[in-house]
Design a protein around this ligand. Structure first.
Ligand code: ZN
Length: 401
């Protein structure tokens, strides 16, 4: 082709025409006009019974945000509510591991809890609502954890109703903590809340001064919590990790997420033999540090036997009261001079740290999105919860169409 002046003019014209749609029009974003008058919400109306109800989407206050829900994980807490309602909250809209897109904001909403700008179209997650102490920020490092604060998905029903993430829309009230996580994919965003629990646990573990790059670390329990623990340790650069569980499939996944070795407790009869198995996996040494992620009192009693003299332990399995555990204070703690820390929930700062963990985990090729083993539409929320109760998968998520 000859490039004379006319040709060039034509080419420039064509290029400009081709560019026009991208350069002047913003990608399609939901606008106020597209917001329906009503939203579906899965309301737990009785034990083991969700009903899909429709509620009017209210007029937003100046500090409120309307979120179109994309997805929400089912948590162990949801399973307890579904089965027994221990918090006495029925009827309510559950779902606190959710994420979605801002479709409308009050005029006062400008930034998220980390100071990042917020706009319609941004993807967000919510964290705590400090009703009694709204001045708490993510920079209050002495605020220990979420205890005493509310979260969406565990709020009593009110006249707005759209208080949980198992719905098409969520109304985020002014004063809630909100994070702009537009740079994370949907699966990662659904895993933020459970991962934050482990970020907090690892921060607690670090206070012992025992957890180092070259530490031998045993993680007992390979449900979502233990598996996320392994992935976090690996992204921190800790390589010498041994996973302990009774299910081979979970142990295999633990290896994929960064455990160097795994020990199936079903292969070992009695605690002495199991402790030997853990020692063998570390090449003849006991662990420097242990994470107890099972919630089983027997497992708590056992874990001391895996830890060397002067080692450390982080107990985080007992999210709810799992009963008493028997230990021998003399052998298990005193003569070994163990340092034991407990961990519960997370802080706002841990939440922000979690976003970076999720990016790093992807960066080093850990397949953490495989933690989400089952996906259900909102209309099948009862089946989704039953699947969760049968413990068939790891993380089960509701994904909105
Ligand atoms: Zn949760």
């Amino acid at each position: 082709m000859e490039l004379n002046e006319r040709n060039i003019e034509e080419i420039v014209k064509q290029v400009l025409q081709g560019m026009t749609p991208q350069s002047t029009e913003k990608p399609s974003r939901p606008v106020a006009g597209n917001i329906p008058a009503k939203s579906r919400a899965a309301m737990l109306t009785a034990l083991e019974k969700y009903e899909i109800k429709e509620f009017a989407i209210p007029t937003l206050g100046d500090d409120d945000i309307l979120v179109k829900v994309e997805g929400c994980g089912i948590c162990g807490t949801d399973a307890h509510e579904f089965k027994r309602d221990p918090f006495n909250l029925i009827p309510l809209v559950l779902g606190h591991e959710g994420t979605g897109e801002i479709v409308k904001m009050g005029k006062n909403v400008k930034k998220d809890s980390a100071g990042k700008p917020l706009a319609v179209g941004d993807k967000i997650v919510t964290c705590m609502i400090f009703k009694d102490n709204p001045d708490i920020t993510m920079f209050d490092l002495n605020k220990q954890n979420v205890g005493g604060a509310d979260v969406y998905g565990l709020l009593p029903d009110d006249e707005i109703h759209l208080n949980g993430w198992f719905a098409d829309y969520l109304v985020v009230r002014g004063g809630s903590s909100v994070f702009n996580v537009s740079d994370l994919d949907l699966d990662s965003r659904i895993l933020i809340e459970p991962a934050a629990v482990l970020i907090h646990a690892v921060e607690r573990a670090k206070t012992t001064g025992i957890l180092r790059f070259n530490s031998r670390v045993v993680v007992q329990g390979c449900g979502p919590i233990g598996l996320l623990c392994i992935a976090i340790l690996r992204t921190m650069g800790i390589e010498n990790i041994v996973a302990v569980d009774g299910e081979q499939k979970r142990l295999d996944f633990a290896r994929e997420l960064g455990a160097e070795k795994s020990v199936n407790f079903k292969d070992h009869k009695g605690i002495e033999a199991l402790a030997e198995g853990v020692k063998d996996a570390f090449g003849g040494y006991l662990a420097d540090f242990a994470f107890q992620c099972t919630g089983s009192p027997v497992a708590h009693s056992n874990i001391y036997k895996f830890i060397r003299n002067g080692g450390g332990l982080c107990e985080l399995g007992f999210f709810i009261n799992g009963g008493d555990a028997t230990i021998n204070p003399h052998f298990d703690i005193c003569s070994k001079e163990l340092t034991v820390v407990g961990s519960w929930v997370y802080t706002l700062r841990d939440y922000a740290t979690t976003f970076d963990f999720l990016k790093r985990a992807k960066g080093i090729g850990l397949p953490i999105n495989k933690l989400i083993t089952h996906r259900f539409p909102l209309s099948q929320i009862n089946e989704a919860h039953q699947t969760n109760l049968r413990m068939e998968g790891l993380k089960i998520a509701i994904i909105n169409e």
